[in-house]
Ligand binder design. Structure first.
Ligand code: URA
Length: 211
């Protein structure tokens, strides 16, 4: 694979929870809860290099200089609908982040993304964007989402997913070599319908109990 921009988060808690999520008999409510927990842990990893500023504060005992996050320049962007499952846990960790949504569905025949919704905060050029979608499968939706955000001025982006297929990582990295990807696992391959193997099925359906 021709990218050094891929981080696989191998933390034991992430791997344990992912295994539970993969299992076909894991119920919807449990799946959602696990996804929230995993996204919390992925958020911890992807925000590791956020910049800090030093402020003067008072403890009960004395004054000190201490660090806080610099500004409110973090923006999370969810690729609808499955991205919302990752978004919720990440917002638990960084509640001051602004949020954008981009609606894309995969045309079932061509597997190409079709955009049906876009609402993002202004001044994307000033912000660090973390784009979230549980699956990078063909990579087409991820590429399209990031391209649209770049058209709106975004220059500093990261992509967070739960599972990725090698095919999708190749496609994404070729289109956006500047955007690092964080995932909990890199699976074996795609099947002929564009599903990740061994995967966990359709993330949106698993999350919301649809099919
Ligand atoms: N989207 C999913 O939800 N699952 C896959 O396996 C591939 C794309």
């Amino acid at each position: 694979m021709s990218t050094n921009m891929l981080t696989i988060v191998k933390h034991p808690l992430v791997q344990h929870k992912l295994t539970l999520m993969r299992q076909v008999d894991t119920a919807t409510v449990k799946f959602r809860q696990l996804l929230r927990e995993v996204s919390f842990l992925l958020a911890y990893e992807v925000t590791r290099d956020l910049e800090l500023q030093t402020v003067e504060i008072e403890t009960p005992l004395e004054s000190m200089r201490s660090e806080i996050l610099e500004g409110k320049n973090l923006c999370l962007v969810s690729i609808l609908r499955a991205g919302n499952g990752l978004l919720d846990g990440m917002l638990d960790l960084v509640p001051t982040a602004l949020v954008g949504h981009i609606g894309l569905y995969r045309d079932p025949t061509t597997l190409e993304p079709v955009e049906y919704y876009l609402k993002v905060p202004n001044r994307l050029d000033d912000r660090i964007l973390i784009v979230v979608d549980p699956m990078i499968a063909t990579g087409n939706s991820a590429v399209a989402a990031v391209s649209r955000l770049k058209e709106h001025g975004a220059t500093r982006l990261k992509f967070v997913c739960l599972l990725a297929a090698p095919e999708g990582i190749e496609v994404f990295s070729a289109a956006h070599p500047d955007v690092p990807i964080y995932t909990a696992a890199l699976d074996r391959q795609l099947n002929e319908h564009g599903y990740i193997l061994p995967g966990l099925g359709d993330a949106g359906d698993r999350m919301y109990g649809t099919n």
